[in-house]
Design a protein around this ligand. Sequence first.
Ligand code: DOR
Ligand code: ZN
Length: 341
Amino acid sequence: MNSLTITRPDDWHLHLRDGDMLAAVVPDTARQFARAIVMPNLDPPVTTTEQAIAYRRRILDVVPGELNFDPLMTLYLTDQTSPDEIGIDPCVHAVKWYPAGATTNSSRGVSDISRCYGVLEKMQQHDVPLLVHGEVTDADVDVFDREQVFIERYLVPVTERFPGLRVVLEHVTTSQGVEFVKASSDRIAATITAHHLLLNRNALFTGGLRPHHYCLPVLKREEHRRALVEAATSGNPKFFLGTDSAPHAKNAKESGCGCAGMYTALAAVELYTEVFEEAGALDRLEAFASFYGADFYGLPRNSDTITLQREAWRVPEVLSLDHAELVPFRAAEMMQWKLAG
Ligand code: DOR
Ligand code: ZN
């Protein structure tokens, strides 16, 4: 097969940032995806509906004129979030739970989820999904075990307490995460990134320290990567595409304390296509990329299509922005598929 046409996909987990970075990255996503769930971890974070509406406008302002792109906004949950923020405006599609200190700009995240029960109750009533960064932050829990421990300590109790709440375990990275989602009700789903499907934790240390392969949750062992590929390509509607593309300037990645995140948005659909081809499951790419997420969020599936062609091309070594440089995922290496048009 040298050409593949599928319904236009959506990205159900994306970081777009703000200002110059926002303007630089939006076109890459908007070329491929019709919609994206936009993460609220700006500095300061998007904690109110009013801020989400204003951020949405700033995103739309930098969408190239010839493209249609619909940013789906999220609110950043804090210990102080009021239930009154829920259900005010249809542009807000979900609420994001960052455990305080778990990742980029999470210092204002949740320190004690029981303080948010009133908000979760209202979300359950209004059917607003809770998006979860599923990692504990305790220094005594090994960084590779943080997802599994989070599920046991926090996610299981919360989903039992709010059985009607829709929950997405974002960027699932472990076989334990996959098993939890599979065994849960239809209200519990997970997004899977391209980088966690393509790389295991050896990629952090290939020939030296590789800061561009550092993300959170951190890459895991090969057995976990295989479990993710199995889940993504299985045709189970609980698993759908979410890139977690998370741009940081080159100097912020190549640093004594480098930021977490990979910029995969440059060729996201092509990366997923490679994974599905390698797994012999190209016929299941469309549902994973374009159907299951929309179905979970109760939104219509897209009606137009994209076409991927088998074509070898080299990813640029670096992207030059106005005031910074950005190193894309797979910089200076080859891709096997290319989005047409
Ligand atoms: O690698 C990551 N980068 N993981 C996250 O959870 C946040 C993201 C970011 O915003 O940079
Ligand atoms: Zn993220």
